[in-house]
Every structure is written in structure tokens, then in C-alpha cells.
Design a protein around this ligand. Sequence first.
Ligand code: ADP
Length: 496
Amino acid sequence: MQLVMALDQGTTSSRCILFNHEGKIVSSAAKEYTQYYPKPGQVEHDPMEIWSSQLAVAVEAMAKIGANAADIATIGITNQRETTICWNKKTGLPVCNAIVWQCRRTADRIEALLADNPGIGERIREKTGLIPDAYFSASKLEWILDHVSGARELAEQGDLLFGTVDCWLIWKLTGGRVHMTDYTNASRTMLYNIHDLCWDKELLELFHIPASVLPEVKPSSYNYGTTDPNLFGSAITIGGAAGDQQAALFGQCCFESGDVKNTYGTGCFLLMNTGAEAKLSKNGLLTSIAASIGDHVNYALEGSVFVAGAAIQWLRDEMHLIANAAETETLANSVEDTAGVYVVPAFTGLGAPYWDPYARGTVVGITRGCKREHFVRATLESIAYQTQKVIAAMEQDAGTKLATLKVDGGASANNFLMQFQADIIGAEVVRPTCIETTALGAAYLAGLSVGYWSDLEQIKANWSMGERLSPKMTEAARLEKLEGFRKAVEAARTFK
Ligand code: ADP
């Protein structure tokens, strides 16, 4: 039986997972790669290292089980979004390092743009579904054209190509024959009109981007071409591509309007499928294109929490309160509550729905009896509180109450956190057996396009329940705790 290969190109590592028809992991390999911090607030990756690490893990995952190209039905790609790469079409070489989504180097440019062009912020929002920010690709691409020697000239000659990481990998995998990206990745560039499904002329002019550098945009489940036969021994079809969060939404089988998933990694990413309707948020959420199959496009509302699992890393690496992340579960369970302590891990400001870049980390409510266990528990709870705020914003935008939250990501393994999450949102939390949903989503998208899986029903049948946690907390206790966290956030936002 053939397998489907998912290439999961993340911010800190490149991973490859081989899935079987039941959606089970048969083999995997992962490799961390170099992070470059040229200046404070700037983050870069080497596109050649992204490529070589990705190729290496693909070969390794195959070698581990003695698979060859004929054993792979198709390849699905999923990737860190927004990260911007430019390369020379003729030589195939990048003109500079990739500017990573976290990189803040163009923050001033965005501020100036908004100040100089009244009304543009609202138009960007309407066209792209995004809140104008340096986080997205547009200003990063403009920066490369303006600051990398020869880049703009190359673009004017038609010899410069731009792509997000999926696009770069497709180009490398096909031996430089295919320059394409998918809808979900395009929708994070802040140059793509998510309603008309085209690169937006006004935005291209605003950021001085020549259209010749842009890739063609295709559905997430689509035959992107075949790999260079030299890479794996013979050619393999690339059957799908999607940005990591949209791939995870798909991998969680959130196919229907109203379905929601939350990924608990370094940060939290909450996405709701809104079906064929592109809902514009009134509560600080983003609108993006969701991965879907066939000709129609689905949309998603998205809210992110900047610091989630990262707060647990902080407890371990900076505060030295724990030896490992898993230990937090036992510590939190060893006390009744947090003894009135609230932690707000606003280390880099606060994301949705606050969008406050100036808020800072805060701990409130400490009394003489506060122990390590309380502090650890309060840090875990802060992840659930922040998620609750995003869910509340989403419920307001959608006009419906969430019934079930599907969860995945590293920190979703923590049962204390998941039970507290269910309690604090007053809804069921459901964790599938396979929490590698990002890679699984990419595999599904690719497998569907080549007929490895016939339809969504077959895929839904693969989804298997790991844990179901029902809310147990009284409404009074829930409201009291939410009020405590609200006051703690207020403190985090007023201390500047
Ligand atoms: P990413 O893809 O962002 O690197 P992962 O999905 O691999 O993240 O999850 C890793 C994050 O989850 C880390 O920040 C880590 O601190 C946190 N984490 C992992 N296991 C646990 C656990 N049992 N309890 C709480 N947090 C955890």
C-alpha cells in the first residue's frame, strides 16, 4: 500500500511524516535549522538550508522504512506562513535570506504607510482580510526590492521570483519548472484580494511590487507538478499545499462552517471555518482563505495568542521553576487553585483581540502563601484564559456559541490545561489521537487531489478521538475567574 508524504516546513524545524490510508504515522524525521537574528527584532532563515533540511528529512523518513519513490502516492506541503523569499529565476539562487514572519524590520514602514494614506488601512482590511502589519509578506517583499543590491533591476528584467515557503519548495522540488503558491498562503501576503481571488493591483502599486515576481495561485488540493526525478529516484506528484494553520484546520476535519480548532504550540492559533462567506471581524480577528477542495473557496476567521507554550518554556528556561514542560501538569494538579494569582504572559504585547504591542508580562494577586505550584498553575491557566478571549471574539463575529473545541499542538497533551480550557469556555474540548494535524492536513489535501482518498467522508472516518473533556466548573466560578483575568490584563496594559 502506498503512503502519502507530508512536508511540514516549520519556523524552527523541517519535518517529514509519511501517512498511510488510515491517516496513521508510518515514518517521520525532523531537523532543526539555523535562526539568524541580524538585529534586535529581526529574524531570518537561509532559504537553501530550508530546502536542504526539508529534502534531507524527506529522504530520511523514506529510508527509515525502506520506501522508494514508487511507495509515495503524492507529496503535500505545509509551511510557516508569510515568510518571504526572493530568488533569481536563472541561477535558482536566493538573492538574500528569507525574512521570517516574526521579523519586525518593516514595522516603521507600515506605520508610515498608514499615516500617509488615509483610509488605506480599512481598504487593506476589506481586500485582504488582514490587519495591516509588518508580519505579512507585502512590506517584507518591498524591503527586499528596495534594500538588496540588484534585486529591483532583476525584477524589472523579469528574472526575480518571489514566494512564500511553500512556493519556494514547489519550485525547488520541480527542478525550477513550477512557480506556484496556494490560496491559503497567498491570503497571508497582504497583496492578495481574497474575494476576487487575484493579486490586488492597488496593493501591488502601494508596495511597489512588479507583478512579474508573483507566483500563480492555485487551490490547496491541486496537482502542482512532479518532482525532479533525480531527487527521489523517480518523479512524485506534488498534490497539495497549504499554510500551517489552514492545514491544521483541514487535518482536524473542520470542513463545515462553524467548525473550530485551536493549536497549542509556541503561541495559540484559533481558526474557525466560515464556509463560503468571508466574514470580516469586528473584534480584532483576521479573515483568511481556508484550505478546501474543488473549485470553491472556503474562508476562516483567525485569532492568535502570541505566547502560549512559550510561557511554559519561560518557566523552564528563565524562571527555572520546572525541569520539563510535562511536569507542569502534576504541579498544577497538586494544588486546589492558584491562590488568587493570575499570570499574563504578554512578553511581546498582546495579540487578538487586544492588539496591544505595548502590554507587558504581569503577575498579580501574590500573597505570602503563593508557592511554585500556584505560579505554575497560573501560567498554564493563562493559556486557557487567552484562548477564551479569542473564542469570545469569534463567537461574537459568528453570532453562534461554540459547542466543541478541537485541539492539537504540543501543549494540548497537557490534560490539566485541556480540562481547565473546557471549564473556562464552558464547552467541550476534544483532542484527536493524532495531534500532528498540520502534516496530516497537508497529506489529506494532496491525497485527495490524486485520488488516494476519494472524498471527505473517507477522511472523516480516519479522525479518531483521543480525549474528550467536558466542562465541570460552576458558572459562578467561571465568571469569577474570568473577571480576575480581565483585571490582570488591565494591569498588564496599564503598566507601561
Ligand atoms: P511549535 O510547533 O510552535 O514549535 P509544538 O506544537 O511542538 O510547538 O509545541 C511545543 C510547545 O508546547 C512548547 O512551547 C512547550 O513549552 C509546550 N508544551 C509541550 N508539552 C507540554 C505540556 N505537557 N504541557 C504544557 N506545555 C507543553
